[in-house]
Every structure is written in structure tokens, then in C-alpha cells.
Design a protein around this ligand. Sequence first.
Ligand SMILES: Cc1ncc(COP(=O)(O)O)c(C=O)c1O
Length: 380
Amino acid sequence: MSSAPTIPALLPTYAPYPFLLLRGEGDQVFDDQDRAWWDFYGGHCVCATGHSHPKVVKAVADQAGSLLFYSAAAALPVRDQAAEKLTAFAGMDSVFFCNSGAEANENALKMALLLTGRKKLGCFMGGWHGRTLLALSVTDDPKITQPFEDQLVPTQRLPFGDLEALEAADFSELAGVILEPIQSMAGIKTASKTWFEALRAKCDAAGTLLIFDEIQTGMGRLGTPFAAQFYGVRPDMITSAKGLASGVPMGALLLTAAVASELKGGDLGSTFGGGPLACAALLATVDVITSEGLMANATAALATLRKGLAGSVVTEVLGEGLLLGLRSAHAAALKKHLLTQHILVGGSGDPTVLRLMPPLNVSPEALEALVAAVHAFEVP
Ligand SMILES: Cc1ncc(COP(=O)(O)O)c(C=O)c1O
């Protein structure tokens, strides 16, 4: 009889860093030997206010002590305040709270299908939107989409940022068009303001709903509250997650009044979405981002890195604010070298681009350490 294979209790998903992580503070995390690591991966682009920001920790602890949970079956002041604060910050009119990025996108796409009665979705080459079935349909990552090919909804996929291709496309059958305003996983790809304006006009002309997936670009990361403000284009829906509540799981679907007024009670729902703990964390997160100047810090950090990395093995700094790509022909070796210097960065779908998405309050010391480590790198 053959013996059953040994399966770890925790199903492996990502290849983890080579240490056991015990705690975090600001832009650093500490392992089980109390060694510090500069976190330019930002806990997976989540820890917008830094690790365990005291104001966020206090807000969560206070809320946990008074009411840990009640669903939307009960009205909660903390949920109403969170909705007011987030919609004002994002420049949108209404919000539905859920629990993750994929769930926010799934609901946005589902509402586009529902409201238009159309059956097709628009999306972009290189786009990444999550692992649920509608989100997968608009994701350009054959590794995870291929096994489900015949269960996905029909899409029209355009090249990102290409004005000519956009002008030539026919949107008349599209319920909604979804995009990451800066394509992250694809290798930090950006598009021009003109292209964003043309996309808005094209959607308006065709009655297609424009959806910004701001799961990475939102919550101050580009130096503005959301990419919608950065590019000066207001979409019909914005999805948010990751940094939204500084690490307490939370997703949001932000809507214009025109879209929200078309929805009926019961079109959207979630047991955990908008739970008091997440709402308290969201309130503290927006407060920290605005009161501690984190958006200005994101913009300044980019200038520091552009200047500091000039003349190094990094030939281009891509992106905006603190959603950045370091282009280098030696990206894989550079990533390994940075790890030996206790600096965590991310890879991307482009083998020549490493990604940086640190806390928005990344310190001058962290930036200095990164710049010095890159300059010390010797091409193998
Ligand atoms: C741009 C973008 N959209 C959607 C998602 C999915 O979010 P989640 O993992 O919270 O479901 C991610 C996650 O990495 C993302 O980066």
C-alpha cells in the first residue's frame, strides 16, 4: 500500500520570505530573532499607514472592546461615519462595504451586467483583478484563468494605454470596462491623462460603466486619495481593498449617485462587510493618511528614489507616488541581493521589473537603505 503524501496543515500558496515574522512597526517588520527588515512590499501593498500604527491599533482595540461585530441588519454609527468619510475622501457618493478586493470587483462587474442588461465586459491586456469568476474573466493571467476558460464571461480585451486601439474599439456591447489605473502585476504600466479622458468619453458615448480597480492605486498611494483624482477622471465605480483599513480585511465598492440610485436593496449584501472593527480601522486609516501628510510623503519619496537611483543598475523608475517599478536587466539577482540586505521588495509579471509598494509613511532611513543597497549591488 502506498502511503499518503505528507500535506502541511496550512495549504501552501505563496513562496514565503525566508524568516518567521513576529511583529511590525512603521516601515519595518521583525523576525523571530528580532532582526529588522525594511518592508518595501508593504505587507502585500496593504499596510498603507505602516505596520501597527498606534492610532489604528487603538481604534481597533477600542471598537473590539465595545462591539466586535454586528452585520448590516443593525445600523451602526461607526459604519455610517466610515461611509461618510470614505466617500468624501474618494470623491464618490455612496459605498457598499465588503471584505476583499476580489469581492469588490465581483460586485462591481455584476452590477454593471445587471444595470445595463449586457453580457460582455471590457478589460485590458495585463490587467489583474482577482480570483473569483467574474474577476477572473477580466484578468489577463493564463496560469489562473485557463482551467476555467469555458466558465468565464465574454470579454473584449484592449491594449492598455493605447489611444488608437481605444478609438477604434466598439463599446456598444460592453456592460462595463474595468482597469487598474496603474497596472501593478503587469510591471507598473501607466497610461496618459489623455487616454483616461478618451476612455471616459468612450464609455459615456456607449452607455458603458467605467470601473477603476483602485485596490492598489487608492488610499493615498499615488499622492492623491485615489487615481481618479490623480488622472482627473471620475469613473462610475471605484473598487478598493488592501490599504483601506490598514490590514483589517475590508473591501469597498464606491458608486456615483447615478449608479447607486439604480440599485435596489438586496442587489448587494454581505454578512461581514462593513463590520465595526473594519469600519473603525478605516476611519483611523483615513485620519492618519490626511492628518500625517502621507500623500505628500508618497510624492516626495518618489522624487528621492528617482534622484538616488540615478546611475545605478536600475535604469528606470516606473509608476507614481509609492506604487513603483524598478526596471533592471538584473531584476532577479537584485531582488536576492536586497533580501541579503534585509530589504523586502516584490516581483512582477515582467521579469525586468521589481515592485515597491511600501507604507505611505516610509522613512528617509528606509529610502536611504534601499538606495545604498542598490548602488552596492554587483552585477553577477
Ligand atoms: C489590482 C488588484 N485587484 C484585485 C485584487 C484582489 O484582491 P484580494 O486579494 O483582496 O481579493 C488584487 C490583489 O492583489 C489586486 O492587486
